[in-house]
Design a protein around this ligand. Sequence first.
Ligand code: SAH
Ligand code: DHB
Ligand code: MG
Length: 258
Amino acid sequence: MSGPYLTPESIYFGQPTPVGFIGSLLLLAICCMLFADMKNTWTEVDEYFGDLLAPRDELLDAALEANEKAGLPAIGVSRLQGKFLFLLVKILQARRVLEIGTLGGYSTIWMARALPAGGQVVTLEVDPKHAEVARENLGRAGMLERVDLRLGRALTTLADLHAAGAGPFDLVFIDADKENNPGYLEWAMKLARPGTVIVVDNVVRDGRVIDAGTSDLDLLGTRRMAEMMAAHPRLSATAMQTVGAKGYDGFALAMVTE
Ligand code: SAH
Ligand code: DHB
Ligand code: MG
C-alpha cells in the first residue's frame, strides 16, 4: 500500500500517504469533469428536443427576458417542461387550472395557452414584485384574461378560494415554497374532484430528497408530502426523476381517484 499506485484502499480509506491524498484529489477532479460533461449533455439534449418540440417564441422569450431584467431568479420550468404542462392541460381537457407559485408567469403562460375558450388558470404568488412582472408578461402574451393572479401567502389564498366555493380544479400545479407542500396538497385535495391531476415540481433536488435525516425544511416538506400521497386513500401517485438544462430534479404526479 505504499507503491506509487492509485489503489482502491487509498481512495476509499483516504490513507494519509501523499499518493493516496493526491489520488483522491485526482479522482474528485475526474468525477467533477465527468459530471460537468453530463450536465452539458443534459442541456444540449434539452436544446435539441426544445428546438424541435417547443421552439422559441417571441412572447415566452420576452417573459424570460423581463424576469431576468427585473432580477427574478431563473427557477421557472424549462421550455420542454412548459410544453409538458401545456400537453397535460390538453390531455385532461382541463378548463380550470390551479397554480401555486407564479414567479414571472412563464409556466402560467404555457398552461393558459392550452386552455379552451372560457378556461382559466388561477395562480397564487406571495411576492408583489413577482406578481407585477407576471402580470406584464401575461398581458404581453395575451393571456391575462384567462388568468386570475392572486397575491398573498398561498396557504391564505387557498383558504380564501375554498371559502368562496372555487373549483373543482382539473389540474393543480404545486411549485412554490416546498416547505408548505403538505399544506398545498391538503388544499389541492379540497379543491379537487375525482380525476383531478396534481403535479408537484422539484421533488428530487439532486437526489437530496432521500436524506431521511435532513433538517432542510424544503426537503422535509416534500418528503412529508410524498408520504401523504402514499397514504391517501383517494390518491394514486408516481414520481419521475428528470435531468436537463435545469439540472437533476423531478416531479410527482398524482390523480384523485373515485
Ligand atoms: N411556476 C413558476 C416558478 C415558480 S418559483 C414557473 O415555472 O415559471 C416559486 C414561486 O413561489 C416564487 O415566485 C415565490 O415567490 C413563490 N412563493 C414562495 N412562497 C410562497 C407562498 N407562501 N405563497 C405563494 N407563493 C409563494
Ligand atoms: C428551484 C427550481 C424550481 O423549479 C423551484 O420551483 C424552486 C427552486 C431552484 O432551482 O432552486
Ligand atoms: Mg419549480
